[in-house]
Write a protein that binds this ligand. Structure first.
Ligand SMILES: C[S@@+](CC[C@H](N)C(=O)[O-])C[C@H]1O[C@@H](n2cnc3c(N)ncnc32)[C@H](O)[C@@H]1O
Length: 435
């Protein structure tokens, strides 16, 4: 049904690929029938086949109500469109949406119990992100969606379009929608484009080492190979440069350790402050006062924030400027700090400063940092590693014991890959900052 529908709406598929439920990493996916060279178009989807707030049957109503549908996520119009299309027998996208008779296969942590999230994922950043999502979803549904549905009883009704359905559709949008990138010139001024559903492109699974990429043209979207793909290989799109905790949060899966080259671990900014106190203050009141003053200045400069984190990947720091400035100021002698404040910043900014900072905080550069900087980073890394300890129902060591690993459920396996990857990145940092 779906493939017939694809033909009628003008989707074109290269003869070298096919959709399959076998031979893929997860449920449906796309496989290569023949060898494919770099730059070949694998399929095209005309813009008229996309399901968005601008193409849905209820687009006029959504456009009229636009002002009252604004939200932090910007997803409400698409979600209202999906609620209508998903429950209407006459929907143009019926053969597409019928691929999901229910949303039971979505296993995002938002469908786990809070206990499960907290025990399996503590320290990873996922429980906090999910708590925020759940509270936003409920607020959005009761304060924006319900009043809007009540003022259009011919199209929606709360008995059919429940909070439960809304939540499932949020997870569906998280895992299946696409967001067209803004043009370079638009980047700074505009809100991001709203999400949209892209049939066929959303059948592709993701890996960090992907072999295809979606391109946007005025009339159509096309999937293009980015390297040679051998016959029999799966076609993998990229959902973006995603760490395992982000993949689990948004898509409900992880890339098994150590495959995710985009994996990251966070060090809370507050841990750096705590580490600086430990390394530099010992008992001295005066030093503590100075550190507090330095931290206030860093906050004013928007280099640090209460809930912020410094991010580390396999190749070093990914938040170079913030981390460099923070370490430099925290470890500065009192006289230099006084001078710094007086000059309201660095005396001179060198031309290739950014590149130099990046190099200094890469795997090669970190061991050469001044001793005090390394000590602060080292202590903060220890604090972060402590925050996982005892909180995991599954121990990272399980990953090394194949027989025990194979007995775990998929949630535990995913939790393990998130934690293990983060811990390994932190252990690498620990090694690099050792005195
Ligand atoms: C855009 S859909 C891809 C199509 C999906 N396989 C299907 O059958 O509908 C995204 C979902 O596919 C699954 N997925 C994608 N890439 C994966 C991977 N590398 N490993 C495991 N599951 C993956 C996850 O369940 C994710 O939420």
């Amino acid at each position: 049904d779906f493939l017939r529908w694809c033909q009628t709406v003008g989707v074109t598929l290269s003869g070298k690929v096919y959709l399959s439920k076998e031979g893929t990493v997860a449920e449906r996916g796309m496989l290569a029938k023949d060898d494919i060279e770099e730059g070949e178009t694998l399929f095209c989807i005309p813009r008229t086949a996309l399901l968005s707030q601008d193409t849905t049957r209820v687009k006029d109503v959504l456009r009229e109500g636009n002002g009252s549908l604004e939200s932090k996520s910007g997803w409400v119009p698409l979600l209202l469109a999906l609620m209508w299309e998903y429950t209407s027998p006459e929907s143009h996208w019926r053969p597409y949406l019928s691929l999901w008779p229910d949303f039971k296969l979505l296993d995002h942590p938002m469908f786990w119990s809070k206990d499960e999230r907290d025990s399996l994922l503590q320290g990873t950043g996922v429980p906090e992100a999910v708590d925020t999502d759940l509270s936003n979803i409920e607020k959005e549904y009761s304060s924006i969606v319900l009043p809007f549905m009540r003022s259009h009883p011919d199209l929606w009704c709360p008995e059919k379009h429940t909070l439960e359905l809304y939540k499932s559709l949020v997870a569906f949008v998280m895992a299946y929608s696409f967001q067209e990138p803004l043009d370079d010139e638009e980047d700074d001024e505009c809100d991001p484009n709203p999400p949209m559903m892209v049939p066929v492109a959303d059948m592709l699974n993701h890996v960090s080492n992907h072999n295809a990429n979606l391109e946007y043209t005025p009339d159509l979207l096309k999937m293009v190979s980015v390297r040679h793909i051998a016959a029999g290989e799966e076609i993998f799109n990229t959902y973006g440069q995603m760490a395992n905790w982000q993949l689990l949060h948004m898509y409900g899966f992880t890339e098994p350790y150590p495959n995710n080259s985009n994996d990251t671990a966070d060090i809370q900014m507050s841990s750096i402050y705590k580490a600086a106190v430990q390394v530099m203050c010992s008992e001295e009141q005066q030093q503590q006062h100075l550190l507090l003053e330095k931290w206030s200045l860093l906050t004013e400069m928007e280099m640090v924030g209460e809930k912020g984190a410094f991010i580390f990947g396999w190749t070093g720091s990914l938040t170079d400027t913030e981390l460099y400035t923070t370490l430099k100021i925290l470890c500065m002698p009192a006289e230099a700090f006084a001078e710094f404040k007086e000059n309201e910043g660095w005396e001179e900014v060198e031309e290739n400063e950014e590149e130099k900072i990046g190099l200094a905080l890469s795997n090669k550069g970190i061991p050469k940092l001044p001793a005090a900087w390394r000590q602060v980073l080292h202590s903060a890394t220890c604090f972060t590693l402590d925050s996982y300890s005892g909180s995991l129902a599954v121990d990272s060591a399980l990953l090394e014991k194949q027989s025990a690993y194979s007995l775990l459920g998929s949630r535990e396996k995913n939790a393990l890959h998130v934690c293990y990857g983060q811990k390994m990145i932190l252990h690498q940092l620990l090694e690099m900052t050792r005195g």
